[in-house]
Ligand binder design. Structure first.
Ligand code: DON
Length: 570
């Protein structure tokens, strides 16, 4: 009975909010109380692949109503902020890489940045010990959020009014949606942290345990989204929302101020473009390391007969591991926010440098990170990805993050959204690993206004200068290696989008000197690598990769098997 009343009032209210028919509601294109997960599909016109079925469906519905891939990206990302609170966000940041149907490339950096009061040693105690608890949880771990600025920076490329794009998210927050079993399990697992890192009641905590099928209503978040709908980016960075963020900071000894929020800007960057076996790869430049690592790793293996070695063969996994080791050693030394640090992009990606980096590669013999350090240059879990293609040929890839699951775990009291813990992506002390085990130094040290180094790699692939594939994934430092393997799987092994995404993955990041392997990675190859001298570590899922790839004029879409990820399109 309760549910029926909820649905009736839901339809009535959404009618009055928008001129058009609502997208979300019982019996509408997106039914928040009944949905299922579709992992693969072949669409003829438009496709969205994201971490949650409702968000993918919102994006597809927006395109059906005349929106393009940019409209879909904005609506999907906002919907994810509601239905996928572990990573979808308005309190975090991200990167967008796109290719317009006319060939124009676009990359928008809306990474979080260090507040003005941040300083290099802010996570060190008086004896100089690193305080990772503070960089990874709670108020002080948050950088100034960039997502809302990023969405508005993409608006000039969209066709529909912003109010229409945000309305599905408002409806999902205001009237609720049914949560998946995975989400219920995550809320239950993080309950103690939610209690510990919050000063006000929050929607994710209730007395009894959550179960799949429960309805989550987020009234405060709905109000915040309405302020953004009515006031634009100022509805977040100024006025009531900004007041609530600053009040939250003051309650929890955080350091984001009104000035930090007001001064935040998304930045346009120059996309990184290169070729791999004739395919054009377009990926994200610094302050992400993602695209740079991808160039380096693909270029390092390009001279080798990868297809002849065979998929998951010992020869190939060793080669890719050694490429990963060398690229990640460079990450630790040379990569950071280009507005604060001279990242030697040209050198790091030059043929001469790449060839020199692989000179000490010995097939059949394990390299050692102790001896293989960064190259010599002579010149001075939680994130989420959306892949979209539309009928006009626009390609959009967005990876967005709160850093680990539910970010700082701190919800802005009265505003209903989680803040990121992205400050931990800085090198808080040289040599001290961040939560993904990545180390860094001066290039990625904290400074006011600086953007922390990322691994996110939203990536596009062109074949003969025409759209071929859109891809990306979460996974911290495993992001570039997952995208690397997905490209090799498609280009060298001609795999379907689903196989390219779902086959077991592996990962090496220089330090620690280990090859991480998913549990179902073939034992034969693993043992052969151990015999060669590699140390292995079996681990849980690597990434949640979303791919759309052209297949005879159709959009072959694959959502990773590793989560609730879902395709939607027409
Ligand atoms: O920007 C980065 O590289 C990280 N903050 C991404 C975190 C992430 O992918 C967590 N997801 N599992």
């Amino acid at each position: 009975m309760k549910k029926i009343c909820l649905l009736v009032s839901f339809v009535a209210v959404t009618f009055s909010c928008t001129a058009r028919q609502p997208i979300v509601g019982a019996g509408k294109e997106v039914d928040p109380y009944h949905y299922s997960i579709t992992k693969t599909a072949l669409f003829s016109k438009a496709s969205v692949v994201s971490a949650h079925p409702l968000a993918s469906q919102v994006g597809a519905a927006v395109m059906k109503r005349g929106g393009n891939a940019f409209d879909a990206m904005i609506a999907t990302q906002l919907a994810l902020a509601v239905v996928y609170p572990g990573a979808g966000n308005i309190g975090g940041g991200g990167f967008l890489i796109a290719r317009k149907a006319n060939g124009q490339l676009l990359s928008i950096d809306y990474r979080e940045q260090a507040p003005a009061k941040a300083h290099r040693d802010m996570y060190l105690d008086s004896a100089g010990n690193a305080l990772t608890e503070l960089s990874q949880n709670g108020h002080l771990s948050s950088g100034v959020p960039g997502t809302v600025a990023g969405l508005f920076a993409a608006m000039p490329y969209a066709k529909l009014p912003f109010a229409e794009l945000i309305q599905p998210a408002i409806d999902l927050a205001e009237f609720g949606y049914v949560i998946t079993e995975e989400e219920a399990a995550n809320f239950n697992a993080d309950k103690n942290d939610f209690v510990k890192y919050n000063t006000q009641p929050l929607a994710f905590v209730k007395q009894v345990a959550w179960k799949g099928g429960d309805t989550l209503v987020q009234k405060d978040l709905a109000e915040t989204l309405k302020r953004i709908r009515d006031n634009g980016a100022k509805g977040f960075y100024e006025g009531t929302t900004a007041d609530l963020i600053v009040a939250e900071m003051q309650r929890g000894k955080g350091c984001i101020t009104h000035e930090d929020l007001k001064n935040y800007r998304a930045k346009e960057r120059e996309p990184l473009t290169f070729t791999y076996r004739g395919y054009q790869v377009i990926s994200f430049p610094p302050p992400s390391s993602g695209g740079l690592l991808l160039v380096q790793m693909l270029k390092m293996i390009e001279p080798f007969p990868v297809a002849r070695y065979g998929f998951h063969s010992t020869e190939l996994v060793q080669l890719m591991t050694e490429a990963e080791r060398r690229a990640y050693a460079d990450r630790a030394e040379y990569m950071g926010d280009p507005d604060f640090w001279n990242v030697p992009v040209k050198t790091l990606t030059s043929d001469a440098y790449i060839t020199a980096r692989m000179k000490d590669f010995v097939p059949g013999k394990a390299g050692k990170s102790e001896t293989i350090k960064a190259g010599i240059i002579k010149e001075s879990e939680e994130t989420t990805h959306i892949s979209i293609m539309d009928a006009q040929g626009n390609m959009v890839a967005v990876t967005t993050t709160l850093n680990n699951h539910y970010g700082s775990k701190t919800v802005v009291g009265g505003a209903g959204f989680l803040l990121n813990d992205e400050m931990d992506d800085f090198s808080i002390k040289p040599g001290v690993p961040n939560m993904y085990g990545a180390v860094g130094g001066e290039a990625n040290a904290i400074a006011p206004g600086k953007r922390m180094l990322s691994s996110m790699a939203p990536t596009l692939l062109l074949k003969n200068n025409k759209p071929y594939a859109v891809m990306g994934t979460p996974g911290g430092t495993t992001i570039p290696t997952s995208v690397f393997q997905t490209i090799v799987n498609m280009v060298d092994f001609n795999m379907s989008a689903a196989d390219a995404v779902n086959k077991p993955k592996f990962h090496h990041q220089w330090l620690p000197d280990l090859i991480y392997m998913e549990k179902d990675f073939p034992d034969v190859t693993a043992s052969a690598l151990e015999k060669m001298g590699y140390q292995l570590d079996r681990r849980g899922n690597i990434g949640r990769t979303e791919v759309i790839k052209m297949n005879n004029g159709k959009l072959e879409s694959a959502a990773d098997k590793r989560g609730d990820d879902c395709v939607a399109g027409f």
